[in-house]
Ligand binder design. Sequence first.
Ligand code: PLP
Length: 381
Amino acid sequence: MKFPIDKFETRQTPFYYYDADLLDETLQTIKSQLQPGDHMHFAVKACTNPGVLAHVIRAGFGADCVSGGEIQVCLDAGFPADKIVFAGVGKSDWEILLALRADIFCFNVESIPELEVINQLAQREGRTARVAFRINPNVGAHTHDNITTGRAENKFGIAMEDMVEVIRLSRQLPNVECIGLHFHIGSQLLDMDDFATLSLRINELQEELDCYGIVLPHINVGGGLGIDYIEPDLHPMADFASYFATFRRYLRLRPGQQLHFELGRAIVAQCGSLITRVLYVKQGAVKKFVIVDAGMTELIRPALYDAHHCIQNLTNDEGDEIYDVVGPICESSDVFAKDLPLPHCSRGDLMAIRSAGAYGETMASQYNCRPLSTGVLSTDL
Ligand SMILES: *Cc1c(COP(=O)(O)O)cnc(C)c1O
């Protein structure tokens, strides 16, 4: 990726930088692989930068939200309400009311008590809520433990054994209308077998529904497609071709059934970088540290899930040293990389922490009373 370093020089670091060309290319690549009756809802928890959302909206995608705050951000950004879906195991009353009043497309319901509350609140509002049931398909995805969501022991979704019962229950409740099934098995999945397994499980569940004469118009397979954090320049885009081909090959939809996807990371991760400046280079007792002005407050993924991010010195590409790249936060886990070979680093060098467009800016915190970092699109520099 080419970085406009001269434009970076005058900006306060750290900040998030989003390459608008790569974002658009990614959106268009996905769009070209959607078929009539397919819907893409961008999982906005990956990135709610307003500039990025504007491009997603322009591409015609909807939004997958997991909180009332996200729904409000999406409505304000200009997502049509009828392209917003709302998941989450713990929806508060005010969040449900916000979604009902906005008349979003669908609640992805994760428990019977939640269904009953939605029905009650919808009744009070004189509305009918469209709901889909998030079924926990008990599929073990090959990814970090903290980001699997579709195993029986995870908190997400409704057990498969309870699927028919909840659909029947929903049919007795006057203010909810069950329109589909929803799944989401995890994140940063690179093994297409996981999506194949999910598809086969959905087929089984649909066969079970056949026995009861139940056909639902919408199947939502969630998101989770992973990206290449090791070599972002070699693979600036996720393997969308294999991802979509897997569902086309294995998932058997009923006539007229519409297919929904909720990709987050794969849409925005590679276009974003965290730009930071070297504050100090320090020789410790056994290691050499590059101390940068970004920390886990800007990008928590390495501290939270041992995530790897490629780091580039944008100012200097000569020399060869081994460094630990660390932030200024008072936590030992505030480390971006250990024993990383890098060109010689000096105070003032600009660094890019790559593949940071997803779960970067949105997970920022103000720990240590740090200001929230800002994000900028390449086209706004
Ligand atoms: C987070 C989330 C997604 C997106 O996951 P990615 O790994 O970023 O694609 C999709 N659906 C639901 C319900 C989610 O919670």
